[in-house]
Write a protein that binds this ligand. Structure first.
Ligand code: DC
Length: 208
């Protein structure tokens, strides 16, 4: 079974995808991490993330980069969103995601275009959303917990800018597949969101 979990930054899709993978005993791929690695590599090489050639050159990042804690930073998230606009970058990362999705036994992938482009045949597609306020508040608490200084207003503005870029790009924009089930986590606690996602996947699989 392939489970596609898409949605904007800080919607809870990563937490949900990990929990679904554990519950259904499936391997999990956080596809955002691949774009983050490209964005970070591009910066390390002194490239311009808005330049398609510089961004494409960064797709040959070393595998160790995927475990660099810097990939989790807000700054790298912004770089990832910028390099992800380029069709050549999306193409370069396509095969890796596609072969993970189609491995025997199935997989859970989370990202922006899993249900629409990477695995449109997925048996279960979830689109996880939450209000900008709820997402900014979560990010704010996360950053505080890691001892990082941040302002709620700045985080909200950054999230809104990334949403606009991810939704507005021509190639594989952030969008719910027509057959995706929407989960709004704005008012849900972590465990409630996970329970809702498991119930949704069970329902989708039973009705298939
Ligand atoms: O999920 P995330 O915040 O780690 O993703 C970082 C950026 O990567 C996001 O703003 C857009 C891009 N991305 C994408 O274009 N397609 C995906 N499947 C996953 C992420």
């Amino acid at each position: 079974m392939i489970i596609a979990v898409d949605g904007p930054t800080a919607s809870g899709k990563g937490t949900i995808a990990k929990a679904l993978a554990a519950h259904f005993h499936l391997p999990h791929l956080d596809t955002g991490l691949l774009y983050r690695a490209v964005g970070h590599q591009c910066a390390l090489s002194g490239g311009d993330p808005d330049d398609p050639e510089d961004a494409l050159a960064a797709c040959t990042f070393a595998p160790e980069l995927l475990s660099d804690p810097e990939l989790r930073s807000e700054a790298t998230g912004g770089l990832a969103s910028r390099v992800s606009i380029h069709p050549a970058v999306r193409q370069a990362l396509f095969e890796r995601q596609r072969s993970f999705a189609t491995q025997p036994g199935g997989a859970v992938l989370d990202g922006r275009d899993i249900g629409t482009v990477i695995a449109p045949e997925a048996e279960a597609k979830l689109f996880v959303v939450a209000s900008v306020e709820a997402r900014a508040q979560r990010r704010f608490l996360e950053m505080q917990a890691h001892g990082r200084d941040a302002s709620l207003e700045e985080i909200a503005a950054d999230l809104a800018a990334r949403d606009a870029r991810d939704k507005g790009r021509k190639d594989a924009p952030l969008a719910a597949a027509a057959d995706a089930l929407l989960i709004d986590t704005s008012t849900l606690k972590r465990e409630e969101a996970i329970a809702a996602a498991i119930a949704a996947v069970d329902a989708l699989v039973q009705s298939a």
